[in-house]
Design a binder for this molecule. Structure first.
Ligand code: C2O
Ligand code: CU
Length: 478
């Protein structure tokens, strides 16, 4: 009896321990599976399109005697009713959420009086604008709470859809998420002469796309588990409007798409898979319109598309699953499996005829790489660029005014990134050693980088030079 009771006790102990380990593994496995299964979101087919799309007002301006066009932007906190009866704490420019659309012409001098009425320091950066470094509004031009900043510059670049947003080091994501963003449109002789839809708010619509998540009445900005990529919301807004529709009365509608989300990329298309014409990218017009049925924008990127509608129909701008070569895990947790119905266009029974799109748009304005005097390499991952995280007091490289360069940017991470360069527009010479896809053939200032991708960019640095104030280049997943 005594002789075999010990082995039996051990055996029982092993069985109990073994079962515990198995249970624990199952619990962890089950938990991970549950997190995985619940990690994708979709509003496709469920959006009610119950709210009329808000159009940000054109900012009023006054022209000084010396011809300078002067704008005013007040950064404020307030409350916004995205959903009836529920006021949400938000920040905005001249209002409680987002900001007015600034508009200026090439050659014009502009001045902006920025008043920071927020409880903390911030900045206003003119994304895509060719400006002197001290006017750029990056983290090196902080505006303290209660202070005023008055940058001015001369607009000297082609017509384009630019935008403005805060850029304080370490707090940009939160400031943009709370609502600080707006469009800055530039016009020039070319854009004004071409027969394009250009009636702001009528057949030329700003489309500022953001993803949001509410927790009670407030905006939830927490990063979910495994979301290295950053904040991902579970629904989208356009111009601060949830489930928006817009009545349109013209045959051709121009949408100025801006991805103002902090981490999410949108592979746009239409629910009925109709084609549309891409006419401009971040930095302005393409050489000619290009027919597409998909167009992906990562955070910070813009595109202008023209879509044809038929009388009486409805069509939905949709964001589809990402086809960027992410792995199984990354696809799910970087939002790649998510889909959204973004905006419904409702065409009137009778439409005003629109002129055909012109066959040619604009001459290229970015260098083709042949006169680059310098080639540089940038490796991006979560740890930083070329292994170094951003530091306010470090300048990484100096370029020579008037010269062109070729930058080779590589994502050596398992997650998506993108790359934005201040002050300049670049041409994408190649992506993964192949000619760039159509959507990257126009002038750009921000470019998407799926895992392991390499892009080759050519840009010219036209100055003005400033030996003390740096510009930034960075990933725009805030
Ligand atoms: Cu949109 Cu460095 O910024
Ligand atoms: Cu990144």
């Amino acid at each position: 009896m005594v002789s075999d009771s010990r082995p039996r006790r051990w055996r029982r102990l092993f069985i109990v321990l073994g079962s515990l380990v198995a249970l624990l593994a199952l619990a962890i496995g089950g938990g991970v599976t549950l997190v995985y299964v619940n990690a994708d979101v979709s509003t496709v087919g469920r959006a009610e399109f119950s709210n009329e799309l808000a159009i940000p007002p054109l900012a009023s301006s006054r022209v000084r005697s010396d011809g300078t066009r002067e704008f005013e932007l007040d950064m404020r906190s307030g409350r916004t009713e995205f959903r009836p009866g529920q006021a949400t704490e938000t920040w905005g420019f001249n209002g409680t959420y987002l900001g007015p659309t600034l508009r200026a012409r090439r050659g014009e001098k502009v001045a902006v009086t920025v008043r920071n009425q927020l409880p903390e320091a911030s900045t206003v950066h003119w994304h895509g604008m060719h400006v002197p470094a001290a006017m750029d509004g990056g983290p090196h031009q902080m505006v303290q709470a209660g202070a005023t900043w008055t940058p001015q510059w001369t607009v000297d670049q082609p017509a384009a859809t630019l935008w403005y947003h805060p850029h304080p080091h370490g707090a940009t994501e939160q400031h943009v998420r709370r609502g600080l963003a707006g469009m800055f449109l530039l016009d020039d002789d070319v854009s004004e002469t071409l027969p394009l839809p250009k009636n702001y708010g009528v057949d030329d619509l700003p489309v500022i796309v953001q993803d949001v998540k509410f927790s009670g009445a407030e905006l939830d900005s927490s990063h979910a588990i495994f979301r290295d990529v950053g904040f991902l919301g579970n629904q989208t807004m356009v111009n601060g409007t949830l489930t928006p529709y817009r009545n349109v009365g013209d045959e051709l509608i121009r949408l100025r798409l801006l991805n103002a989300s902090t981490a999410r990329s949108y592979p746009f298309g239409f629910a009925d898979e109709r084609q549309f014409s891409l006419i401009a990218t971040d930095g302005g017009l393409l050489e000619r319109p290009a027919a597409l049925d998909r167009l992906q924008l990562s955070p910070g990127e813009r595109a202008e598309i023209v879509v044809r509608v038929r009388p009486g129909e409805r069509t939905v701008l949709r964001s589809n699953k990402l086809a960027a070569g992410l792995d199984f895990w990354g696809q799910r947790f970087a939002g790649g499996d998510d889909t959204f119905d973004i905006l419904e266009l409702r065409a009137a029974e009778t439409l005003r005829p629109s002129p055909q799109l012109p066959a040619a748009l604009a001459r290229p304005s970015t260098p083709d790489g042949s006169d680059s005097v310098q080639e540089r390499r940038f490796d991006i991952n979560l740890a930083g660029i070329n292994g170094k995280p951003m530091a306010m007091d470090r300048i990484d490289l100096t370029v020579t005014r008037g010269t062109a360069e070729t930058w080779i940017v590589h994502n050596n991470d398992g997650m998506p990134h993108n790359f934005h360069i201040h002050d300049v527009r670049f041409r994408v010479l190649a992506r993964n050693d192949s000619p760039p896809p159509t959507e990257l053939t126009g002038p750009k200032d921000t470019v998407f980088l799926p895992p392991n991708a390499t892009v080759e960019l050519a840009m010219r640095f036209d100055g003005p030079a400033d030996p003390d104030t740096p510009y930034m280049y960075h990933c725009h997943l805030l």
